[in-house]
Design a protein around this ligand. Structure first.
Ligand code: PMP
Ligand code: GLN
Length: 382
């Protein structure tokens, strides 16, 4: 996020992971799994390297991956995308977010996000020179407040930036909520950029892609990534899809951010996207069991738990333990009890930070025994 002097600061993920490594704490801060994704994908990456797929990929991505992304959007959501001009492969969703915002916004524009918001949104909106406006997600379910949202949109709103399922709050927006967002985008002629990297990680609720709603596809850029779906967060393969003219704008900016993205990993992700329904069903049920283990442990440790509907993350209120500053606690937690977590106020502007000042985010994408040990350590806080 932008520091007090208006310059970019070290990200919270870098800060807390460095602290976790230095103290040897269990890292439930940065969201990455402690087990790798499917062997067939790792083999596909090795095969691609062995067969010489090691030079620059085309800027928009290798054809096999663009075809696989189009097939995935058709298979799960019934969306028709032309792999030639409606998809661009990026270096993770992070580059997709940056390229999309830099392509579409600049000084004088407003970009509206929900708050709390994923950290790169604030940083890139700052880099683009646009103004960042927000609308709160409110406890206990952290869904949008639709009246507040309506009040926050204006004719200067160039982009409504949606993140669904939501990081850090773990909410999965409903069809009704998304429909209102689309209506507001129409009314104010705004583009929707929707970050759906957790699209397959929902627990008993259905993920509705914004682009599937009536009248949405022609003004929506959808972002996703292989990192979370396939448990290969270090591969950094993401993508953007949408109408040709918006995708072309993203492609133009991407040329000057990274030019193109890692060739052998693209081939491996193409193989992953084609995996069968058993794979896709299994990832959310495995993760839901992990969520429940950590939720139980956190409750036993005396924390108020907000059970997420999706993502890797569970939020707790530390106020029942007498904590008033979760950011200060997160900086001491690794040394105090040997567990690292991310404070929620860092994903907010000052008013939102005040509302969330005692909230901490824990990642549960870890082996059950690791989650149990972390919860036992946290119980020492009581
Ligand atoms: N958006 C959200 C909401 C995220 O949680 C993350 C982290 N996976 C990203 C974007 C960045 O994804 P990637 O690692 O693919 O760049
Ligand atoms: N998306 C991951 C999280 O929210 C971290 C990504 C990063 O380190 N930038 O924890």
């Amino acid at each position: 996020l932008l520091g007090a002097d208006g310059r970019l600061d070290v990200t919270i993920f870098e800060e807390i992971t460095t602290l976790a490594v230095r103290t040897g704490a269990i890292n439930l801060g940065q969201g990455f799994p402690d087990e790798d994704g499917p062997d067939v994908m790792a083999e596909a990456a090795r095969d691609a390297i062995a067969s010489g797929a090691n030079q620059y990929a085309p800027g928009k991505g290798i054809p096999a991956l663009r075809d696989a992304i189009a097939a995935h959007q058709q298979r799960f959501y019934g969306l028709d995308l032309d792999p030639e001009d409606q998809i661009v492969v990026t270096t993770g969703a992070t580059e997709a977010i940056a390229a999309a915002l830099l392509a579409l916004t600049g000084p004088g524009d407003e970009v509206l996000t929900f708050e709390p918001f994923y950290d790169s949104y604030g940083a890139v909106i700052g880099l683009s020179g646009a103004t960042h406006t927000t609308s709160p997600l409110v406890a206990p379910d952290f869904h949008p407040d639709l009246d507040a949202l309506e009040a926050a949109v204006s004719d200067r709103t160039r982009v409504i930036l949606v993140n669904n399922p939501h990081n850090p709050m773990g909410s999965v927006f409903t069809h009704t909520e998304l429909t209102r967002i689309v209506e507001l985008a129409h009314r104010h002629d705004a583009v929707i950029i929707t970050d759906e990297v957790y699209e397959h990680l929902t627990f008993g609720v259905q993920h509705v892609p914004v682009a599937t709603l009536p009248g949405a596809a022609e003004r929506t850029l959808t972002i996703s990534s292989a990192g979370k779906t396939f448990s290969f967060t270090g591969w950094k393969v993401g993508w953007v899809s949408g109408p040709p003219e918006l995708v072309a704008a993203v492609r133009t900016v991407k040329q000057f951010l990274s030019y193109s993205s890692g060739t052998p990993f693209q081939a491996a992700v193409a193989a992953g996207l084609a995996m069968d329904d058993a794979f896709y069903g299994g990832i959310s049920s495995t993760l839901q069991a992990k969520r429940d283990i950590l939720a139980d442990g956190l409750r036993t440790a005396g924390l108020e738990v907000f059970l997420p509907e999706g993502t890797y993350f569970i939020n707790v209120d530390t106020a029942p333990l007498g904590v008033t500053d979760a950011t200060a606690l997160a900086r001491r937690l690794p040394e105090l009890v040997g567990v690292a977590a991310i404070p929620v106020p860092v994903f907010c502007h000052p008013e939102g930070a005040e509302r969330t000042k005692s909230l901490l985010r824990f990642a549960f994408c870890k082996r059950p025994e690791v989650l149990e040990e972390a919860a036992a350590r946290l119980a020492q806080l009581k």
